[in-house]
Each structure stands twice: as C-alpha cells, then as structure tokens.
Write a new protein. Sequence first.
Length: 676
Amino acid sequence: MVTVRDGKSVALRGNRDHPFTRGALCVKVNRYLEHTKAADRILYPMKRVGPKGSGQFERISWDEALAICAAKLAEIVDEHGGEAIWPYQGTGTLGYIQGETGEAGRRFWNVLGASNHDLNICSRAGRDGLRFTNGTAGGMDPETFALSKLILLWGTNTLTSGHHLWKFVQDARAAGAHVVAIDPIRTRTAEQADEHLPIRPGTDGALALGLLHVVLEEGAEDRDYLENHTLGWDEFKAEILQYPPSRVAELTGLPEADIRALGVRLAHTRPTGIRATMGLQRHRGGGSAMRLIACIPGVTGDWRHPGGGIAYSTSAYVPLTVDPREDLLPGPVRSLTMTRLADELDESVKCLWVYAANPMGSTPDQNRIRQRLLREDLFTVVMEQFPTDTVDYADIVLPATMQTEHADLHSGYGHMYLVWNEPAVEPPGECLSTTETFRRLARAMGLTEPALYDSDLELAEQLLAGAPAVNLDQLRKDGWVRLDVPTPFVPFTEGFPTPSGKLEFVSDLAEAAGHSRVATYVPSRTASEVSTRLTLITPASHTFLNTIFANNPELLRRSKDPTVLVNPRDAASRGLTSGQPARVFNAHGELTAKVEITDKVRPGVAAMAKGRWLKLSPGNANTNALIEEADADMAKGPLYHDNWVEIAPADPADPATVEAVEADMTAGSPEAAHKS
C-alpha cells in the first residue's frame, strides 16, 4: 500500500488485512519507493552513440525512437520475414497485463509473425515432473502448512525466497510440528529448522526413494489410498525396493542413520507437507526429481488431509483466460528458447527486443551471449527501468514504468490470491508501461488490428473472463480476492487431472515424451560422476530478486562483496584462506570472488549467490559466466546448479593482482556504472 502526498509516493507498507502477507514486506521490497526514485533510473528514450557494450547513449524523443523502431522492424519483416525478430520477454513482476503473459506485446509480435519466445527459464522441468504424477503443478494451499505435523522444506530457502510462508510454518511448530530442511547449504532457513539434511546436489530423487523404502519397511504405506487413488503401484514399489537407505546414503552423501530416522518419522506422521520450489529442479535430473517427490504423498496418503501433500506452484489455480491470439499469426513460426540465447541468437535473428528481462545478467553462458550481442547487424531494443548490463548492448533504450506507476493484475505462485495493482503515481520523466509502448509502436507502424489497441482495463476484463466470480470494479476497490477454493483447501478430493484420474506412479504421457514410464531417479550431471572438482550451486540472494535491486546502493552494501562459500576440506586442498580473492573458473568462463571457508556448504560444493550486475562485479562477470547452456531432462529446464568449477587463489606472486581485485570489489557502485 502506497501513501501519496502532493502526487508523490512518500510511504510504503504491506496490507495488514491480507491473510497471507499479514502486512509484512521483505528486505528487498521495503526499499521499493527509494528504488523508483533512484539516480540511475532511465527516464527518457535513448539511442546508442558509442560502440555496442559501451553503454553510451544520447537522449531522443519518443517520436524519434518509435520511428526508428518502426522503420527497422518493417525493413526486417520485408527482407527476412517476421521470424527474424526475437521478442525476448521475461516475467518482470509477474503481472499478467504488463509482464508475465505479455498480452499486448504478444499480439503485436503475432501480427508481425515474429518468432515465438519459449519462456523456459524458471520452473518448467519441475512442472512437467509434477504433471506426470499429479496431472498439474498445483498442489497444497501454502496456508495449510499451519496444519502440518511434519514439514519438509526441500531445496527451498523460505526465509529468503518466500518468507511469508514462514508464518504458517511457525504456526505449525507451535502446534508441535517438526521442520526439516533438505538443502546442500545450511541456509537461513536450515539454521531455523529442527533438522538439516545437507544433501549432495542433484540426488533429491534418490532420497525420495530411500525415504519411501523406509516407509515400506515400517509397513506404513496407505494401502487403501494406493488401491483406490493411484496407478502403477506394483511397478513403482519395485523401483523403491532398489533404493535401500544404505545405497541412498552413498548417492546423497547423507548418513544412513539420518535417512532412516526421517523415513520413520515420515512413515508415522500425518499430515506431512512438502514445500519444494524451483531451485530443486535446476539440474539434469530435475524433472524426474520433482516427479518422485510428488509420489511421496501418494504412498503415505497425505493428500487425504489438510496440511498434507506437496506445494510447488499455485499458478495452476489461477482461472484467468490467457489467449495468445495465435489467430493473428500470418502462419507457423519457429520457437526460440530463452535459456539457449547463446546458441540461437545467430545470423538468422536480425532483431532482439528485450523486455522484463536482463539476459546478460540472468542467462547461462554469459560470455557467448556477450559476443552475440556485439553483432553490428543485430538491432537490439531494450525496454528497461535501469541501465542493466543488457542495456549496454542496446541500439535503442525505451524507459519503462515500475510497479507504483502502472495498472496490473497479479497472482503469485506461492499463495491463493488474485491481486490488483492500481497505479499510485504518474510515471516519472517519459516512462511508459509495456502495454502503452506496444500500443504506440503499433500506431507508428500503421497496424490496424483492433486488438493491438485494447486498454489495460479492457485487457484485465478479457483475462477475468475465466473468473466470472471476480468483478473487476470490486477487485480494484478491495485490492485482492481469494481464488475460488475452499478454506482449508484439500486438493484432488475429486480425483487427479491425469488421464486415469488417479495419482500416476507410471505415466503413458511421460513415456510418450521420451521419459521412463515409471517414476525413477535421474542424477544430475555432477552427481553421476566422481570428481575432485566442485559442484557450483547458485542460490538466490537475500538482498536481490534475480538481478532486480542489484544496483540499489544500500542493498548492494548489505550483499557485501561477491563471495564463494567453500567447505574447509575443499579449501585446505586448494590452499585457500578466508577473505582472500580467488578465481572461480571452468571451461566456460571465470570470475573473481572472496573466499568464505565455512561448513555451511557440504564437501564437494561451492556456492555463490546469483543476481549481481556484471558492471558492479570484479572482472565484469557473475555466476552465469560459469553456467553451461544445457538442458534438464524435462522441458528444456536450465542447469544453474549442475556445473563443475575449480577455485584457485589469485596469483600470490603478484601483489598488484590481489590489490587490483580488492580495489575492484570495493569500488563498484551504481553511480560509477551509470557513468560508464
């Protein structure tokens, strides 16, 4: 909620009446108003005047910017066809009008016949794994964790990436629940849990099978539920029996006793609620891992109970009508994959149009992407709020609005509410919303399709056509509405949205897609071989949201220098000491970071937070310089937690090297980056 005085936003607070947030804001959003007024905010259209990558621009008018863009797009369509345009869209603030579904933008690109943008960067592998088991990625209402007696926080750092859920975890603990964090890092959340299992990255599927093996040993499988509500139990049971705790201990690096103890607790505690989020599935076997974890409530029968089951994403419950308007396409078009930018941004792409995304900071294989963006024959347009690393490679930069300045319709993938965002203040400078930018661009190109000119409220009404119980006027007045589900919500009481109507341990759909018919363990790349190298995992920062807020001076100060966490055993074998600058490197690239020797990471693992801007980091690189452009087992999911790296001290024989690295780490600032 924004307090406005004399047309200016002066205060921001959470809505204390909201059942999920209860008025709490996270450390990032607490500084949002300050961020909207930052000195490095982009306020006017700009045209490149220096070499690509230099970040040198001059201010131009909107008329000139639109004329340049319209002429260039028309020229590309005429000479190369619409597929030579890649509309590279991210999810921004997850708004259905301005960002996530890009309604207005998608219509515009369809009229031009542009390539389809496959937005696969976040949750696809896990979503497909869940769909093969449950028929949907939807599951528990997160609020029902307050009713759980055993909570498994599996590969999720709740206190950093979804802290609102913690209130319900705390409610459950007050009623006697036991909380277990399963994570290679002893995160803030793991430190607050009752128990932490520091699993080897990419072996989560093996642990799921090992826990179920103990459930069978205890004779605690829910036989009635298995008989009446699941498919393929005999085949899946045979799979479970191949993973006794002794074998799973070798695979996961966890003590056999700990696996057995948790298995016994799981066997005899109802309801058990599992919270598993997106980081868990960002490795080669990520989809299969999520598929297996989703099988657990089918064996234990936890779906019978409020507070039982698995929660991954609630997006499947949002009843909005998202129409991509494929009827506007002149014909079939190719798809280009978001996380394959380095491979697919070849000479066939003549225009890259980036909005609600920062690929230079967020996408794998950073160094190859940089080389692609330097192409002189590539016309690059970036719609942005701040001078990100991607902006530096643009030919035209268009100033974008922020949350307090435009209308939007939001849901969340971690709660059960639909939210309306009413603009609180006028945009500063000449910033325009995404929808208004595309309306003006369509007009500049002389396009006549009426749907390109729908207002934001018209777009909202169209989206709400799938939610007849929601009145837009009332939603705008109240600000939020709970989705049309009971309280408490127990999903799948009427069956599962699978072909059989049951939870499927075996799936014909999975087999048709080239996967195992029975849910099975697929290890990550780094878990499938023995190596003296380190597995790099790149968790979310506590102060940044991907690369958003990473230029905020106070949040940048709190995040401290780029740091790599290394276990004492691994540090000793490499001659590393805490606080020293070191090279983190592999075949794809390298970066410089300070070493933190800590038992917060298990042996064999190196951890670095994602999200830093390159220009505010030593060596002009962040963790994505080390991430290979490769796919998970399902849905082309990216592999952010499945890469080998090595770490070595900065050259101790050259004091100037160490001195320069130290200076680089402490001198970076948003103001310096803006001047560049």
